[in-house]
Design a protein around this ligand. Structure first.
Ligand SMILES: Nc1ncnc2c1ncn2[C@@H]1O[C@H](COP(=O)(O)OP(=O)(O)OP(=O)(O)O)[C@@H](O)[C@H]1O
Length: 228
């Protein structure tokens, strides 16, 4: 199936003599067209969960299945391709390339995937416009506000039309109005383009846009009954 599945996933970190249990027997399914949120206290395992879903970290035990592919069975070359083509990451910090302008930040992703078509530039401009960045196409990251940088990173995550969206605190640097707009946009993309999306957030105001909410506590993931 398309989407993301965790089957009894455990992640242990070695810290000197000690082991830290960051994910403790986590199982869940995020189907295509579903937008889920993960909340929970600092250090509870949310970033570890997202990095595992995005094939950036390997589980110590259990299986992660992304678009019907068991990540344990992929070679590192295939993992790189999967991350590039099928997953859009939105991180806490925007991680923009300092010497590329806003438009180029998106086009470079296409070039990396080996295919930059004429219509890609049009789509990139459209995306940037929908995120309120039409006047900033030629600006470098250092010439942008924190919120503008974050919106550029969000547009960059969408440019390859990935089927999976993984967002780590995407609203951290945004004011309330932009925060709502950005999460609405992720929700809309998820529905209209049938993606599977996971958002880690501290911002309870954003939960209303999500289909399901889970709470992480000490590495355990539990369904959270959220009333909007
Ligand atoms: N590379 C690492 N090596 C050792 N321990 C780690 C490593 N990364 C995270 N941890 C530990 O694993 C646990 C889960 O960390 P994680 O970053 O996933 O939590 P989090 O919920 O994302 O926290 P925050 O909300 O503060 O970002 C914590 O106890 C953390 O100290």
């Amino acid at each position: 199936m398309s989407g993301i599945q965790f089957k009894n996933v455990t992640k242990l970190y070695q810290q000197g003599e000690n082991q830290v249990l960051a994910l403790d027997d986590v199982s869940l399914t995020v189907e295509q067209g579903e937008f889920i949120a993960v909340i929970g206290p600092s250090g509870s395992g949310k970033s570890t969960f997202l990095a595992t879903a995005g094939a950036l970290l390997q589980p110590s035990k259990g299986e992660v299945i992304v678009n019907s592919k068991n990540l344990n069975e992929l070679r590192s070359k295939d993992l790189v391709r999967l991350r590039l083509e099928e997953i859009g990451f939105i991180l806490q910090t925007s991680n923009l390339v300092p010497y590329l302008n806003v438009l180029e930040q998106l086009l470079v992703v296409k070039r990396m995937a080996g295919k930059l078509l004429k219509q890609d530039e049009e789509y990139a401009k459209e995306l940037l416009q929908s995120l309120g960045l039409a006047a900033k196409l030629e600006k470098l990251p250092e010439q942008l506000s924190g919120g503008e940088r974050q919106r550029t990173a969000i547009a960059r995550a969408f440019i390859n039309n990935p089927s999976i969206i993984l967002a780590d605190e995407p609203t951290a640097s945004l004011d309330s109005k932009r925060a709502h707009e950005v999460v609405q946009l992720i929700a809309k993309e998820t529905k209209t383009r049938n993606k599977a999306a996971i958002m880690v957030t501290h911002d309870e105001r954003m939960l209303e846009y999500c289909d399901k909410v889970y709470r992480m506590e000490d590495g355990r993931l539990k369904h959270y009954d959220f009333q909007s």
